[in-house]
Design a protein around this ligand. Structure first.
Ligand SMILES: Nc1ncnc2c1ncn2[C@@H]1O[C@H](COP(=O)(O)OP(=O)(O)OP(=O)(O)O)[C@@H](O)[C@H]1O
Ligand SMILES: [Mg+2]
Length: 250
């Protein structure tokens, strides 16, 4: 298995948040992780990158259990970039993680330039991160993770604090990362974040309740809502009539 988890369970003391989750992600996948507030999206992402440790079950990366060494291959981008940015300048922020993992000095500036250019922040090296816009801060947070050369990037609602312009800047970065062959999981409530995902995974009450196509997810969700029948039908036909008929006749 390239990346995922097996029978993963986790709780905060008595509050069991995830119950025996199985997940298998292929290299290069772009996955949308959805679920209502408190359904455990952030908890799952933090487990998948090793910030939290499983109560039961395993996280797998490249057929191995996630450990102190290979966990660097899985990067996590916080919802609020302020929680992640620690450097006094943009380049120091990117350098911080590299110093921690012992990247030789002579390779550092090359990596920093590469990461900043990938997120569209070339030339911002000496800027104070506090003076950046929300979108720029989020892109700096991505650059600092990217510089460590992860193979999987987990993004926790990366656009929730951004306006449409900032959001579009993040989408451009995501496109670039996918072209580079990165594997991305994005937790989000925002439909436009999910527009290009290959697959949706939905969490509810500690379990995966849906895994599959975006179109299937939306039509299924409409069927399950409390809308009047006619309204459901109107919203669904544009998506996939056959599927709707199947659902209704089941
Ligand atoms: N550090 C913590 N200590 C105790 N309980 C926590 C902690 N973090 C989250 N929880 C609880 O775990 C459950 C899942 O929270 P989590 O933040 O993973 O959900 P989420 O799907 O990311 O929600 P949101 O959409 O609001 O970001 C919730 O009941 C939450 O209250
Ligand atoms: Mg969350």
């Amino acid at each position: 298995m390239f990346f995922g988890c097996k029978k993963l369970s986790f709780g905060y003391s008595e509050n069991k948040v995830l119950k025996e989750i199985d997940l298998e992600i292929e290299k290069g996948d772009f996955i949308g992780l959805v679920g209502s507030n408190g359904s455990g999206k952030s908890t799952l992402l933090k487990l998948l990158c090793g910030i939290l440790l499983p109560e039961e079950g395993q996280i797998i990366f490249n057929d191995q259990i996630l450990n102190d060494k290979n966990r660097l291959k899985v990067g996590y981008i916080f919802q609020n970039p302020e929680n992640q940015i620690i450097g006094v300048t943009v380049e120091e922020d990117v350098a911080f993680g590299l110093e921690n993992i012992g990247v030789p000095r002579e390779q550092m500036s090359e990596r920093i330039e590469w990461a900043l250019s990938t997120v569209g922040l070339t030339g911002f090296n000496k800027n104070d991160p506090n003076t950046l816009s929300g979108g720029q801060k989020q892109r700096l947070a991505i650059a600092s993770i990217l510089a460590m050369k992860p193979e999987v990037i987990l993004m926790d609602e990366p656009t929730s604090m951004l306006d449409p312009k900032g959001r579009n800047e993040i989408y451009k970065v995501i496109d670039r990362l996918l072209q580079m062959g990165e594997t991305i999981i994005i937790a989000s409530h925002h439909p436009s974040d999910l527009e290009k995902v290959d697959k949706i995974i939905a969490l509810s009450e500690g379990k995966i309740v849906f895994e599959g196509d975006k179109e299937d997810f939306y039509s299924k969700r409409i069927i399950e809502t409390e809308l009047p029948f006619k309204e459901k039908l109107k919203r669904s036909v544009s998506r996939n009539l056959e599927e709707l008929v199947d659902e209704l006749c089941r």
